[in-house]
Design a protein around this ligand. Structure first.
Ligand code: FAD
Length: 736
């Protein structure tokens, strides 16, 4: 039976890292497909104290984990069953695990997950919980340090409380918790690893120890992905200045004791077209010659040979890294995407639209709304019960809070009023579509009927798009709810600080085409949405959760290399949002809130690229020849069993790679059906009547004729009536 010994949990400094521990690991093990070809070093930590079980070795456990286990073991430096468990979601995470570990572990390396903020575990909110294993379990192991470093050094945590792990813990002779062990790259033989030797267990110390550990690899044994970390000499700097190359070279000048340069070097590992190196500040005359008056400073050599110091608001790691990552042509190395079966789709040309990332574009929000109302909802043949309620509430929130252009707002209001006045408890989706398409042709009501991404455009057609616009829409709604508190009066949502979040949550759960995303979001919502007590907290909640998703998806196939998933806003967008406490990057939430209100506020909305509202002839812009703007009107007929399945967006909508394979297949099937004959028939373009197709023009003429003939009949009626009266008066002979 395992036993908890809370007295032994006390953070007794170096004692927790006693040298007699041993812990094995073929960490620094292989990628599955490479079998030894790609190696990285690794660190394991043992954050909780529990007794261990009888011996067994990790090596003997590996075969039983199968290929998947080896994969987990290698890519995340873990063969830990709990990691597999986390992956397969077979066992729920236990929040209760936080509890026993709280106080005793206060001084442990809580900031190991500094780069993956989560409200339950992040610094400041639940500091005592922060070192508990369950918090660690919440994150992808590579995030425990930072995803950018993952190809050089990986981190995994092993829970010795888990019965399955106790044999391993015993085998490695783990007695104290947390225990950190380092395993060098290319380690083939069984080794117990190196113990962490540091003055404390703060994240900064652990991170710096990791850097030392990486640097201590000899030249040939360093993980291939890890760039040289030693400083270069002034003569090397001079030769770099003389040589023009095809990429940027950044040189961080710093003092001997600084780790900033090495951190920036590691931060830039996944980026191409840039090399980062570091030099020390020993030779003052040389620094003066370059104009370096203080350290740390970053000197940049541009591909065209020009060079100079870069200007950042604060000389901090995040600011330097963010600046370098945002240089023109500096991109995240792209991961090979699975080949698309359709060659024609492959050759699609994406027209690039210049945009300002500090602005919000109406066209993104409207394209998102178009997709949501005309494509995503179209997957549901009819709407009833909870589904209908979700739609009604969502449209109400949209109608009251959408900050965009008037014709779109009017359309949403019309839809909301119609839905609210419906006596029915089941409506066909087509009725909604008729309204969205404004078949009544009421002037001043209009929503674009095609996709055009600007701030949400991807460098490839399958990246970004709709999910990006959805995030932006939801952020905008939370801001509107906070800045216009009266907007929801009379809707039943007044005084509900969670109104937008809960409505969004239900929309995502019920209608969002990416089911997996919906499940992830639901998990986060369950965890902490209820803690939101004010509209401002709702803004911050969504911002934090979006960053959690960003953290989880960094390096994922769905990541656009041109728009890497970063913790947002980046320092260049909001320098005041970032601060450093004890060497650790952190957020100033007050400034973040101000920034979000400005960024997602009405005044920041740009109408550039938006469809001309006067041109409500559906697809005016398309007619102007922008080939990549596909109309996305689903067929009105044959919904079949679509009620239960999602219509996958065409290539332009993303995030295709993020979706599970099975979903791809079903969605592709739907898409093919959309591509079939008649699939692109315009909604409202023709209306069949007595077997004859009438065009919109025919219908309009009918209405005009109808009105004209009614008027004519009325005029005739009054004319004859007046005439008959006159005739009566004229021929009236009063009786004598
Ligand atoms: C609710 C929801 C859940 C999702 N879950 C998953 C999932 O589980 N798996 C998956 O593969 N994909 C998921 N997605 C899709 C994924 O999050 C991205 O939307 C998609 O990969 C496109 O990424 P992007 O680069 O356009 O940036 P996005 O993450 O879509 O962000 C769009 C824009 O919002 C701004 N932004 C970024 N971060 C923040 C922030 N923290 N706060 C405010 N604004 C910010 C930036 O300007 C950014 O360009 C989800 C989408 C949504 C709407």
């Amino acid at each position: 039976m395992w036993r908890r010994d809370s007295s032994a949990l006390a953070p007794t400094g170096p004692c927790c890292l006693c040298s007699h521990q041993s812990f094995t690991g073929r960490l620094g093990v292989t990628q599955p497909e490479g079998e030894g070809s790609r190696w990285s070093s690794g660190l394991w930590l043992m954050p909780t104290l529990y007794a261990c079980w009888p011996p067994s070795s990790l090596a003997t456990r590996l075969p039983s984990l199968g290929r998947h286990g080896v994969y987990e073991f290698s890519t995340h430096i873990s063969g830990c069953p709990w990691l597999l468990r986390q992956r397969t979601k077979s066992a729920p995470r236990s929040a209760a695990l936080c509890e026993p570990a709280r106080a005793p572990l206060r001084a442990s390396p809580r900031l190991l997950y500094d780069d993956a903020p989560d409200s339950r575990c992040s610094r400041g909110r639940l500091p005592f919980c922060s070192a508990s294993l369950s918090c660690l379990l919440s994150f992808s192991p590579s995030l425990v340090v930072t995803p950018d470093w993952a190809s050089a050094i990986r981190v995994a945590a092993l829970d010795c409380m888990e019965e399955k792990n106790q044999a391993v813990c015993h085998d490695y002779d783990i007695h104290f918790y947390p225990t950190f062990r380092y395993f060098k790259a290319f380690t083939k033989e069984f080794t117990t690893g190196e113990n962490f030797k540091g003055p404390d267990r703060e994240l900064r110390t652990v991170r710096q120890t990791m850097i030392d550990f990486l640097q201590n690899h000899t030249e040939g044994s360093r993980p291939p992905a890890c760039p040289p970390l030693d400083p270069i000499q002034p003569s090397d700097v001079l030769s770099l200045l003389d040589n023009r190359g095809s990429r940027y070279v950044a040189i961080v000048f710093e003092s001997n004791s600084s780790y900033l340069g090495r951190e920036v070097i590691l931060d830039l590992i996944p980026y191409e077209s840039i090399v980062v190196t570091r030099a020390l500040d020993g030779d003052k005359a040389f620094l003066e010659k370059l104009g370096v008056s203080s350290v740390p400073s970053c000197y940049l050599i541009y591909p065209n040979g020009s060079h100079g110091l870069i200007n950042v608001v604060k000389p901090l790691r995040t600011f330097f890294s963010s600046y370098l990552k945002s240089l023109p042509d500096v991109r995240k190395k792209s991961l090979p995407l699975p080949e698309k079966p359709n060659k024609e789709e492959n050759s699609e040309i994406v027209v690039w639209r210049e945009f300002d990332k500090s602005k919000l574009y109406t066209v993104d929000l409207e394209s998102g709304l178009h997709y949501l109302l005309r494509v995503e909802l179209a997957a549901h043949k009819s709407l009833a019960g909870a589904k209908l309620k979700t739609l009604k509430d969502f449209v109400t929130v949209l109608a009251k809070l959408f900050p965009g252009r008037l014709p779109v707002k009017k359309l949403l209001e019309m839809l909301q009023e119609w839905l609210a006045s419906l006596p029915l408890d089941r409506i066909p989706y087509n009725a909604v579509l008729d309204l969205v398409n404004n078949k009544m042709r009421i002037s001043g009501i209009f929503l674009t009927n095609h996709i055009k991404w600007v701030g949400c455009q991807g460098s490839r057609s399958e990246l970004r798009g709709y999910p990006c616009s959805l995030w932006k829409l939801f952020h905008t709604l939370t801001i509107e709810a906070s800045t216009h508190p009266d907007a929801l009066v009379g809707t039943g949502f007044e005084d509900d600080p969670q109104a937008v979040l809960q409505t969004m949550r239900r929309y995502i759960r019920t209608f969002f085409g990416c089911k997996e995303c919906g499940e992830h979001f639901e998990e986060m919502a369950k965890e902490s949405m209820d803690s939101v007590k004010t509209p401002d907290q709702a803004i911050l909640w969504l911002w934090k959760k979006h960053n959690v998703v960003n953290g989880r998806l960094a390096g994922h196939l769905s990541e656009d290399p041109r728009f890497p998933k970063l913790q947002w806003p980046t320092p260049d967008l909001c320098p005041a949002c970032h601060e450093e406490i004890k060497g650790l990057a952190s957020w100033d939430e007050g400034h973040v809130l101000t920034f979000l209100k400005q960024h997602y506020g009405r005044d920041n909305l740009l109408d550039t690229y938006s469809a001309d509202q006067g041109d409500s002839s559906e697809g005016g812009t398309l007619a102007r020849g922008e080939e990549e703007e596909k109309r996305l009107t689903p067929p009105e007929v044959s919904h079949g069993d679509r009620d239960t399945q999602s219509v996958r967006p065409p290539a332009a909508l993303g995030p295709r790679p993020a979706l599970p394979e099975s979903l791809h297949h079903s969605l592709d099937g739907k898409l093919q059906s959309l591509d079939g004959p008649g699939a692109h028939k315009e909604m409202g373009g023709t209306a069949p009547f007595l077997g004859v197709d009438f065009s919109s023009l025919d219908m309009s003429l009918c209405v005009v004729l109808y009105v004209a003939s009614s008027l004519f009949l009325m005029v005739m009626y009054f004319f004859f009536r007046v005439r008959s009266r006159r005739w009566k008066v004229k021929h009236h002979h009063p009786a004598v």
